[in-house]
Design a binder for this molecule. Structure first.
Ligand code: PGA
Length: 253
C-alpha cells in the first residue's frame, strides 16, 4: 500500500499572534477538509490554542516544536505532553537540529522525550540529519545510529505507528541549499533499509520519512516524487500561506 504524503510546517520562533492566526486561517481555508495528504502546522507554544481554534473545521493538524519528558512539577520553562495535548496537539517535533546543535539537546534527552510522547499517544516527527562535515566524511551510518537508533531503542511495534522520521541535512536547513531529489531519495532509502533490517518489513514499509531543508514550492514536487520521500518538514516556506499551500498541493492535496 502506498504511504500517504505528509507535509508539516515548522514555524520555529516566528510570527506574532495576529500573523499566526491569519496564517492558520488561510491554511484552514486552503486545505479545507481534504485528506489526500496529511497536513500539520507547528507554531510556537503560546500560539497553540489560538491556532487550534483557527484550524477548527479543517483537516490541518496541530503540532508542538518540542516537549518535556517530565510529566509535571518543578521544571521551570518546560511544557508537558498533557499540556500540548490539551492545547490540541496531535504531533510533536523532536530532535530538531536547531535544538541539537544550537541548544545542546542530547541523544539521551531525545530518547526520553520520544518515549514520553508516544506513550502519551502523540505522533512524533523525529528529526535527524548530518552536518556538512559528517556528510563529507561519509558518516551517514553513524549519524543514523546516534540520532535515530538511540532515540527509538525500546519502542514497541504499536508505538512505531506514531513515529515519523524527518531527514533534514543540517547543511540544507534555512540555507536555500535543498538536497537534490536523488540525494534525498538515497538518504531516505538508506534510513528505510536500516529500519527494515532492525525492525522488519511491516514497520519499515509503513514508516513515513519526510524531507526537510529549504523545501519550497519549486522543489517540493521533485522531492515528493521520489519513492521513499513521503512529504516534507518545511520551515521558511511554511510562513507564507500561498507557498505552503503550493507545497501541500505538490503532496497531492
Ligand atoms: P527550512 O527549515 O525549510 O527553513 O530549511 C526546515 C526545518 O528546519 O525543519
Amino acid at each position: 500500500m502506498a504511504r500517504k504524503k505528509f507535509v508539516a510546517g515548522n514555524w520555529k520562533m516566528n510570527t506574532t499572534l495576529a500573523e499566526a492566526k491569519a496564517l492558520a486561517t488561510a491554511l484552514a481555508q486552503g486545505v479545507g477538509t481534504s485528506t489526500a495528504a496529511d497536513v500539520a502546522v507547528c507554531p510556537p507554544y503560546p500560539w497553540l490554542v489560538p491556532v487550534h481554534e483557527a484550524l477548527k473545521g479543517s483537516s490541518v493538524g496541530l503540532g508542538a516544536q518540542d516537549v518535556s519528558h517530565e510529566p509535571k512539577g518543578a521544571f521551570t520553562g518546560e511544557v508537558s505532553t498533557a499540556m500540548i495535548k490539551e492545547a490540541g496537539c496531535k504531533y510533536v517535533v523532536l530532535g530538531h537540529s536547531e535544538r541539537r546543535h544550537i541548544l545542546g539537546e542530547s541523544d539521551v534527552e531525545v530518547h526520553l522525550k520520544l518515549h514520553t510522547a508516544v506513550e502519551a499517544g502523540l505522533y512524533v516527527i523525529l528529526c535527524m540529519g548530518e552536518t556538512l562535515v559528517e556528510r563529507e566524511k561519509g558518516l551517514a551510518e553513524r549519524v543514523f545510529q546516534r540520532q535515530v537508533y538511540s532515540a527509538v531503542a525500546g519502542i514497541t511495534d504499536e508505538q512505531w505507528s506514531r513515529i515519523i522520521i524527518a531527514y533534514e541535512p543540517v547543511w540544507a536547513i534555512g540555507t536555500g541549499k535543498t538536497a537534490t531529489p536523488d540525494q534525498a531519495q538515497n538518504a531516505h532509502y538508506f534510513i528505510r533499509t536500516k529500519i527494515r533490517s532492525l525492525h522488519g518489513e511491516k514497520i519499515a514499509n509503513a514508516l513515513p520519512i519526510l524531507y526537510g531543508g529549504s523545501v519550497t514550492a519549486d522543489t517540493a514536487a521533485g522531492l515528493f516524487s521520489q519513492p521513499d520521500v513521503d512529504g516534507g518538514l518545511v520551515g521558511g516556506a511554511s510562513l507564507k500561506a500561498d507557498q505552503f499551500l503550493a507545497i501541500v498541493k505538490a503532496a497531492g492535496n
